[in-house]
Design a protein around this ligand. Structure first.
Ligand code: HSE
Length: 385
């Protein structure tokens, strides 16, 4: 098979390395990079459209963002070239269109590496769906934030220092705000939900809150209470009603999610016969993500086909389930929570406001009010074990 590589950053380099070392019979004919200075040998080009002069079978796409990716993927599929991608941004926006285009052109669009790094999560979901109706998906879907929250406590160091380590280790996005603000995990819960429930998911309709305002002392305070903060994605679908969010979650230090450390991800699906099926492994980094890209390549080579992806519309419903939230901030804004306050603690000039069971809509209203008051804060939902 003839392969074109699009993007020679962390993941692109990993893919080329594994292919050259382990699969020399796959011929890398072109490597498309952004600038001339990145061209290392005659295989390199800055002109994407040059790959179509080389009878390429598969495009392995590992660039950032949706532009020009969208145009490139569409063009490759329209030319009957299989496409494999790790690009969450473009898959979250156009999964249905890419799958349809691939079917029309008798080729494959595969995206295992776009969610949960090296974990065979997309394959797991596809297999589970063959038998089960998927009811719920939840998990730690971002390796960078998991690494940061874990290492702040392990090393007794602040957020900004550990973030630099996560960047150096190749876990973080080029703009790490996508990681720490929850956007990366949001894209992954959207892709997983579309695939798991066969519904169209609009990324704008998913509630999202990140971890950039979590302090080391917050982590220590909760740890003393037997709790860890994890950034988690969650979604459920029932009777055409869909809900999804990404938010900081307080998990018991004896829960299975507490054991997920370093850059690992852990993601569960809940099916009506299989029950909970949990997948754990490295969710970020060069080798695990490259591994997932190559798994897709091997599946194409073996002519394994995952079938269609037909999506329908659903209704967003935040429901009336009651959750236990804690809001943390430097100033006393307890008045906005009114009669919903359970108790307030003040520890080292930091306010921890524990609320009585509250709905998602109530929580969203408080977030809006605190933002309007220019208050720096974060909240976390307590997860039942
Ligand atoms: N920045 C992402 C993460 C990379 O930390 O999970 C893998 O998608």
């Amino acid at each position: 098979m003839k392969i074109a590589i699009l993007g020679y950053g962390t993941v692109g380099k990993g893919v080329v390395k594994i292919l050259e070392e382990r699969f020399p019979h796959f011929e890398i004919v072109k490597i498309v990079v952004h600038s001339e200075k990145d061209c290392l040998d005659e295989r390199f080009t800055t002109n994407f459209y040059e790959i179509f002069d080389y009878d390429v079978d598969v495009l392995m796409e590992m660039i950032i963002g949706d532009s020009p990716t969208y145009e490139y993927i569409r063009y490759a599929l329209s030319q009957c070239i299989h496409v494999i991608t790790s690009n969450k941004t473009t898959v979250a926006c156009h999964l249905e269109e890419y799958m349809k285009l691939a079917k029309e052109n008798h080729c494959q669009f595969r995206y295992e590496a776009s969610v949960a790094g090296g974990i065979p999560w997309i394959q797991g979901l596809i297999k589970a769906k063959r038998i089960d109706k998927i009811e719920r998906i939840e998990g730690i879907l971002n390796g960078t934030t998991n690494y940061i929250l874990d290492h702040m406590l392990k090393e007794d160091r602040d957020y900004t220092e550990i973030l630099k380590d996560a960047q150096r280790l190749g876990y973080a996005e080029s703009n790490p705000s996508a990681d720490v603000d929850g956007i990366d995990a949001l894209r992954k819960i959207c892709i997983s939900s579309s695939l798991g429930y066969n519904i169209r998911v609009n990324t704008d309709e998913v509630d999202c809150f990140g971890i950039s305002t979590v302090k080391l002392n917050d982590l220590k305070k909760f740890k003393n209470e037997g709790l860890l903060i994890k950034l988690m994605g969650y979604s459920h679908f029932e009777n055409n009603k869909f809900y999804a969010c990404v938010e900081p979650v307080l998990v018991s230090s004896i829960s299975k999610y507490a054991a997920v450390d370093e850059n690992n991800n852990a993601v569960s699906l809940y099916g009506n016969t299989i029950g909970e099926l949990m997948f754990i492994g490295q969710g970020a980094g060069q080798a695990p993500t490259a591994n997932a890209m190559i798994q897709d390549l091997l599946d194409i080579n073996d002519r394994r086909y995952d079938g269609e992806c037909i999506l329908v519309d659903s209704v967003i419903d935040r429901g009336d389930t009651l959750n236990n939230y804690v809001f943390c901030m430097n100033e006393d804004q307890s008045m906005i929570f009114e009669e919903k306050i359970d108790f307030v603690e003040k520890v080292d000039e930091r306010y921890y406001i524990t609320l009585k069971p509250s709905t998602v809509e109530e929580k969203n209203k408080w977030i809006k009010e605190l933002r309007n008051a220019n208050c720096e804060f974060f909240y976390a939902r307590r997860r039942v074990l």
